[in-house]
Design a protein around this ligand. Structure first.
Ligand SMILES: [Zn+2]
Ligand SMILES: [Zn+2]
Length: 185
């Protein structure tokens, strides 16, 4: 089996359509809607694990997101959860094995005139199937700042931040504070 020419990796969504994120600082879990930068984030992470021939493509800019709980700010590719990263690591290992196999197989093919080949290339394991399914969990909240929904831990009562714009809000049970600046001409 050879490595596929084209590989599609998507972050799994739960039945309500949310993608799990994990803060790289406090490690707490929340969910947001899929981002158009998700594929770029996945690609950036994969490039770090497995050097493609076109590594520069992995470094296209991604936005900075804010942790719902602690307010930590980090680039979008740092919010992958452990399951996402484990899959990407397995995928990178699989891709590396396929490339190595192709190289060895090529050598043994081109050395076919050699009466005593010194090795036989062993076909690698198939690439991993895909990310694990995402289950329905956490509590949905509406963020007035970006008119968007996030999902957060049920027992989180403290103030929180909007992952997209970083706005600071009072606790989910309280009133969300929308900071508006009125500029007088
Ligand atoms: Zn955090
Ligand atoms: Zn916002």
């Amino acid at each position: 089996m050879s490595a596929p020419e084209r590989l599609e990796v998507t972050l799994p969504r739960d039945p309500s359509g949310f993608v799990r994120r994990q803060c790289p600082a406090c490690l707490r879990i929340f969910k947001t809607r899929p981002s158009r930068f998700d594929s770029r984030s996945v690609h950036r992470r994969l490039v770090m694990l497995f050097p493609f021939e076109n590594p520069h493509e992995g470094y296209e800019p991604v936005p900075t997101w804010t942790c719902f709980y602690c307010g930590h700010r980090a680039e979008a590719d740092e919010w992958l959860v452990r399951d996402h990263v484990a899959y990407l690591e397995e995928l990178a290992r699989g891709l590396a094995n396929h490339v190595r196999y192709e190289q060895l197989a090529h050598i043994s093919r081109t050395l076919s005139q050699n009466p005593r080949p010194t090795f036989v290339a062993v076909a690698p394991e198939p690439l991993p199937e895909g990310m694990p399914l995402e289950e329905e969990d956490l509590r949905a909240l509406h963020l007035v700042c970006c008119d968007e929904e996030v999902k957060a831990l049920w027992d989180w009562d403290g103030p929180f931040y909007c992952p997209r714009c970083g706005a600071h809000h009072a606790g989910p049970t309280g009133r969300q504070v929308l900071q508006l600046e009125f500029i007088q001409e």
